[in-house]
Design a protein around this ligand. Sequence first.
Ligand code: PLP
Length: 373
Amino acid sequence: MKNIYLDNAATTPIRQEVIDEMVKVMQSEYGNPSSTHSIGRSAKAIIETSRKTIAKQLHCNAQEIVFTSTATEATNWILRSAVKDFGVKRIITSKIEHHATLYTVQALQEEFDIAVEFVNVSHEGTIDYAQFSALFSNDIKTLVSLMHVNNETGVINDIEKIGIICHQNKALFHCDTVQSIGKTELNLQELAIDFLVASAHKFHGPKGAGFAYVRKNLVLQPMIFGGEQEKGWRAGTESVHQIAGMAKALELSFEYLNEERKYITDLKKYCFQKLQQVFPEFSVNGDDTFYNILNVLLPFSPEKTAMILFNLDMKGISVSRGSACQSGSAKPSHVLAEMLNEEELKKPSLRISFSHYNTKEEIDCLISALNEI
Ligand code: PLP
């Protein structure tokens, strides 16, 4: 049975060129980047070249990129340091953020008694910009944490507008760009973003490698104490091959961006049209969504709803219900729970997320498998 992987918002297959790069580094660059001899310096050079490669794609300075293990780690560090070290007394976020943000904010609220305010979200998954602006009526030291592309629905936040509102109100802006990095252009010289986070496995890189962008002159405190790695902010010997693989993956994502974006946009359109033919009553969760995510509400009975993921899985088809962390759980996704009404939540919502490795034939298989349930 051939596997059909349509869950690319959860993670992506690693590109062969990235695997080759990592193998090369593992075979020949075994030095400790902190060692002063030539073998160590050579490993250090790989890290610094990777940093420059990433910075170039995002139009920022290499010193503004900090390597971490995941985006979750980066978000935990940034939000905690903002509260502990920058004196942030209030965080504005939304209830449809990833749990990496929501649970960190909740923990900080309990620990430091900060104020937390939520931006309203519409039935279509978009945030209420007027209400967001109105939240700044007092001048408490504030950090805003709003994502770029929602991982469940693909709804896109206008981060240019959010950044402007933040900076007009002297608030710091942390942006979870996990779903958009490598899939769209981001110019950090033009965007008023102070912190962003990314994970390599979402752009065909390795798992366990991520990075934070921390705008110049914002001095955070260490998340892990020890050596001098990453300016002393994240001590511990660097994973040289993972970092090299991440930089290669990002570089390739941008090299192929236009053709892959066009290809994936076409696939999504094809999938939408096929669904419309077979299930005329289906609807899409979210308005104006990103080109690789299609979250659909299917007109299925409650009995069919319970079996849907299992049935697809038996046929080798991987899609997701809500976010990957929740698949298999009976709880509705916290994102859809915020957007949809009770009747809509009883029906199955499926997240279908594409990459350039998918084909129209795979989409045909998905549609016929859904039709047979
Ligand atoms: N933020 C978003 C929007 C995500 O989709 C994910 C992963 O699903 C994360 C954060 C966390 O990424 P990681 O598990 O790689 O830290």
